[in-house]
Design a binder for this molecule. Sequence first.
Ligand code: ZN
Length: 295
Amino acid sequence: MRLPNRQSSIVNRQLKRCYWLHKVVDFRWLATLVLVSRLLAQIPETPKPQPAAPILRTGEGFAWASADGTSKGFGADTKETPLGSLAALLWLRLEGDEWAARGVSFKCKGELNGVHCANPKGHGKVDLAMATTEGCHLAFLVWSLESAERWKKDYGEGVSRYRLDQVFKPFLGDRWKPGETLPALGPEWIGQGDLLRTTPLALAKWLADPDQDQLLSLCKRLMSGAFDGWITKGAEWWFIAGAPPTATKPCDPSGASAWVVGSNGERSVALNLPAPRRKAESLARMKEILLLPKK
Ligand SMILES: [Zn+2]
């Protein structure tokens, strides 16, 4: 039906009015949104609560780091010391999932081809979790030698060397010369002597790097099934204590640690003790510093 001209123009005007009214309403909404976003932008972001500064004893070095790149060190946090049996972390990073899947085990008698373990009497039969918690150097040496042989067959020397470089480099500094071949893996590669070194701050940052996510979940898995006390119930923390190097003489058979590392998924922590202590004491000290319950 065709409308008379006059009616048609009235309808047109009303339509136009509706259209502009609609636009104005749109603009109001838009203006409101802009205003709200500007106001929100002016509100300063609430800073994340920082953990309280720990009270350290003389010579202790402690650091924490988060995956977002924030970190903080205290005491002797930049003092470089040998990694000791925590070199196990580097091997777990490289081969841990493979070894866990294969269900590796080793019978430690305390000595193998002149290489001494942290416990001179031997750890007995150990699996991956026990070798990690007990700091069984020999188990890691044997498993790493087996892995190195397999890499050479599967990838060749150059790629094998690259794999090793990728994980170990931050702990080798300039003690590691460029090359294309895999080195002969001896006791220094499982934490004896001082080839592998780090500081509490560097170690905490390394652990918190998202590259280490898989390692952290493996550690948590190993610790939750391995040793009562090294995982704090409720607080979701796990810890690993590292025995000091045994280059010159075997350690106290009861087990001693110079390092404790751990994570709760949000923060990674590293504690270096000026003198090795029994592992249980080191763990207690770490919990004290983190204000965690003793049990
Ligand atoms: Zn052992």
